[in-house]
Design a binder for this molecule. Structure first.
Ligand SMILES: [Cu+2]
Length: 425
């Protein structure tokens, strides 16, 4: 354990505190510690959203990650409520390790959003980690106050050294897999309430394994995430959302679930090499839901599984699942100005749309021309059909309006600064 203390960098990427008692005089026997790391300050403009990758500190001896949680703290180390700087999304990755579903050079191994799912594994299992491993963090934080605030991501790693655990590897299942920093999609909302909008992704297991833990991530309007084994025709796990709790004000996005069900199982759900797993994200299509996600991270241990085995008993942290509520999302900022008629495009700059109020004939294709120094988008807040553009610096995005009605739009990255209303006659 002395070695661990020696390798802690005191000022490199943040601060670290070792909470485990007796660390300084322990010997090289099995030890479980809670390592607490804090990132450098992240500045979030008033009512703004920031998303960026950063290199972060990680355990500096070989061992196993058996637990991980993250939260946003202020400069005094106090946990920030959802009404200040809110944790929107956070993804942990390992640089230089191939990702099993997306390839590339960063293995995504843990994430959380508003549902605040902690990494949990059954006893005896761990994510192997080397002293030389380099961790990366992709954060998306949202500030609900008018002034710029500083947030720090504090993450607690439960870490086992001096013993050999059964290794697990993370498998990132995402219905918008491999689409970069913004794996979101839009639910058009053109059906009746309780009708479903579904997206899926398939992954064929290259080796046999057992899924010993999994949890899900959905946004507002999400009904459930289903994990299927399409080769065997089974649905071994469904992650369900819990809704409710206080909504931060002002409302800058449609609130997501406050909990998603998660399971652990020491036996694990068997998956044989060559079998196909399918993730199905189910959303309510009775109203538009924009920039939504459907993600489930599987933690898999090796196995000799062949054929289609039975699903073992799962220990499910269920929460209080319910159907997503109807949510009224007002525009945070009312657009002002003369109504532009006969225009079919708007420039998008810091920080506004050239024509805040537009009247269009049905069937018109409208184009947003982006030319800013920071990323912007155009996202439907409420209206007849959900749509959104990618985050864009320069270039254009077009949408054809095929339904009459009032489309309330904003920039999801600057929700209280940039808004537009398009009325389609
Ligand atoms: Cu913007």
């Amino acid at each position: 354990m002395r070695a661990l203390l020696r390798f802690v960098p005191l000022a490199l990427l943040g601060t670290i505190a070792l909470l485990a008692p007796g660390l300084a005089h322990g010997r090289a026997h099995a030890t479980t510690q809670t390592l607490v790391f804090t990132t450098p300050a992240i500045s979030v403009p008033g009512y703004g959203v920031v998303t960026k990758p950063m290199l972060i500190d990680s355990p500096h001896v070989d061992g196993y990650v058996v637990g991980l949680t993250a939260e946003i703290v202020d400069v005094h180390g106090r946990v920030q409520g959802r009404s200040k700087v809110m944790l929107h999304h956070i993804v942990f990755g390992k640089i230089g390790v191939a990702d099993p579903t997306c390839g590339g050079g960063t293995q995504r191994f843990y994430a959380e959003g508003e549902e605040r799912t902690a990494l949990r594994l059954p006893a005896g299992y761990g994510l192997p980690n080397k002293a030389s491993d380099r961790w990366y963090l992709l954060y998306m934080l949202m500030n609900h106050k008018p002034q710029t605030l500083k947030g720090f991501v504090r993450y607690k790693v439960t870490y086992v050294t001096g013993e050999t655990l059964t290794p697990v590897s993370p498998v990132w299942m995402d219905v918008r897999n491999c689409t970069g920093f913004d794996p979101s999609f839009d639910v058009p909302g053109t059906g009746k309430r309780f009708s479903a909008y579904v997206r899926t992704m398939d992954w064929t297991a290259p080796e046999s394994g057992r899924i010993v833990s999994a949890g899900g991530h959905l946004h507002g309007g999400g009904i459930r995430l289903e994990l299927h084994n399409t080769t065997c025709g089974t649905t071994p796990f469904v992650s369900e959302p819990t809704w409710g709790g206080p909504v931060p004000h002002p409302i800058l996005h449609e609130p997501g679930p406050t909990h998603m069900s998660q399971f652990t199982s020491p036996e694990g759900i068997p998956v044989a090499a060559g079998q196909t797993l399918r993730l199905t994200a189910v959303y309510d299509n009775g109203a538009p839901h924009t920039r939504t996600m459907g993600i489930m991270i599987l933690y898999m241990a090796a196995s000799q599984a062949t054929g289609c085995g039975p699903t073992p008993k799962l220990d499910i942290d269920l929460g209080r699942p319910s159907y997503p509520p109807v949510f009224t999302f007002p525009l945070p900022l009312a657009p002002k100005g003369p109504v532009a008629r006969g225009v079919t495009s708007s420039n998008v700059q810091e920080f506004g749309y050239e024509h805040p109020l537009v009247s269009l004939a049905l069937g018109t294709t409208f184009t947003w021309e982006f030319a800013g120094t920071v990323l912007h988008d155009v996202t439907l807040v409420s209206g007849p059909v959900g749509f959104s553009s990618p985050w864009t610096l320069a270039g254009s995005f077009s949408h054809r309006f095929t339904r009459r009605g009032t489309y309330k739009l904003f920039c999801s990255l600057h929700p209280a600064q940039m808004s537009q209303i398009i009325v389609v006659r």
